[in-house]
Design a binder for this molecule. Structure first.
Ligand code: SF4
Length: 442
């Protein structure tokens, strides 16, 4: 084996919560002297942070690990695997993607640099560089960042094993989060996206009461943050005080991602979600009444879901008119309560229901997009115009990566800039706008 240069390539899969873990892992590696490369083929150590949420995510993770292991045939290097699959799909990983050098469970994240040094044969030389001093690696574009406000989950949804592998909910103290937000803002972050497994019970573990509203109020005062977005709310925890703060304007966005998973009482009971359709209707009314844009997630083909249950869900979605929606066919989660339920449906039924649901949602989203034509909307630029392609940004109602975009034919706009755009046309989910007027700097 040639002498290790202590270089690491990192591949992060899955949701923003996993991305925040990846940022912390990479930062630890850099602070301990490893250099990060973008090309796995050049690195001594390749780290794959897996996602095990759905069958498709597991298949993607396995494919990426196999590719990484294949690189070992060309030159000396090691493959480390972290993330949700290590906790719940270790056997599958060993069987379907052999050749991994080390698995790094959540409990060992603090030791990632020791593990990397071990597989390299030695630790990076002791040195003191500016990079090491400032090790705080972002895996998002410079103008937005995810802030994980708590880890773990206290719910017992029957289709999910996150509480088993990530443990009970642990909140970070408000002061630490505000300090982190200040650091991110000073680094140029304009949009801060708050994430957690369930963001709406923030603080109950360490303060004995819900402090989410207080946290948002404190973050609102952080200089430089123009947009603050809340993701992953739990329906029963969406209270009037939260709706008020989201609707209050300024840097807190009138947007909420609140995964409902289903709306039929019987299916919700099987899912162990702890609420029913009436609760969802009340929640939607509360938020809608304050002009808050809603994103949700639903599952089609849950075990035992009848045709009538599914029709019930469609009717709920017709009435609630979520602006944004992600849907997944039910995916068996090894070790979950739902896996042991009776009435698992054929894949074809799950997919057919998914397609029907997405067609319905498409009509709602397209109509919503057409309603924006002629309006002036605030847009945060994600990608500047390049090679004749328009600049691309997002409105206050659109989260990074998952929601719609606005295209603007303007070559002067920079990533991270916030401008007021007149919407000229709707093209499916997306919008086209023009003649940006610079927004007041916040
Ligand atoms: S709220 Fe339910 S689905 Fe979400 S992480 Fe917790 S147990 Fe899993």
């Amino acid at each position: 084996m040639s002498a290790a240069k202590h270089t690491v390539a990192f591949i992060s899969l899955g949701c923003p919560k996993n991305l925040v873990d990846s940022e912390q892992l990479v930062s630890t590696l850099v602070s301990r002297g490893f250099r990060v490369l973008t090309d796995p083929a050049q690195a001594d150590v390749v780290v794959v942070n897996t996602c095990g949420f759905l069958e498709a995510s597991r298949a993607e993770s396995l494919g990426v690990i196999r590719d990484a292991v294949r690189l070992k045939q060309r030159s000396a290097r090691s493959v480390l695997v972290a993330g949700c699959m290590v906790g719940n799909y270790r056997e599958l990983l060993e069987r379907e993607a052999p050749g991994v050098d080390r698995y790094v469970p959540f409990s060992d994240y603090g030791k990632i640099a020791d593990v990397a040094a071990d597989v390299c044969g030695d630790a990076p030389p002791v040195g003191f560089t500016v990079e090491r001093l400032r090790a705080d690696v972002a895996l998002t574009p410079a103008h937005y960042a995810y802030l994980k406000i708590s880890e773990g989950c206290n719910h017992t949804c029957s289709f999910c094993v996150i509480p088993d592998i990530r443990g009970a909910m642990r909140s970070l103290p408000i002061e630490d989060l505000v300090q982190r937000a200040r650091v991110l803002a000073a680094r140029g972050v304009r949009e801060l996206v708050l994430v957690a497994q369930d963001s709406t019970v923030y603080g109950t573990d360490i303060y004995g009461e819900n402090r989410l509203v207080k946290l948002i109020e404190r973050l609102r005062s952080v200089e430089g943050l123009a947009w603050i977005r809340l993701m992953y709310a739990y329906p029963t925890e969406v209270r009037p005080a939260l709706a008020e703060v989201l609707a209050a304007g300024g840097s807190v966005l009138p947007y909420l991602d609140v995964p409902i998973q289903h709306s039929n009482d019987r299916v919700l009971k099987l899912m162990r979600r702890g609420y029913g359709r009436r609760d969802l209707e009340t929640m939607v009314q509360l938020l809608r009444g304050r002009g808050i844009a809603l994103r949700t997630t639903v599952i089609t083909g849950f075990p035992g879901e009848s045709d009538a249950d599914f029709e019930d869900l469609l009717q709920f979605l017709r009435d609630a008119r979520f602006e944004r929606l992600g849907a997944f066919p039910y995916s068996r989660e090894h070790g979950s309560r739902a896996d042991a339920l009776e009435g698992h449906l054929p894949e074809a039924v799950k997919k057919e229901r998914l397609e029907r649901l997405m067609l319905l949602q498409q009509d709602i989203a397209f109509e919503e997009a057409r309603r924006q034509v002629g309006r002036d909307l605030e847009v945060l630029l994600d990608t500047p115009s390049r090679d004749g392609a328009p600049a691309v940004g997002r409105t206050r109602s659109d989260a990074p990566e998952v929601d719609a975009c606005v295209r603007i034919a303007d070559t002067t706009l920079r990533a991270g800039e916030i401008v007021t755009v007149n919407i000229l046309a709707a093209d499916g989910y997306d919008l086209t706008g023009t003649a940006p007027r610079r927004a007041l700097e916040i």
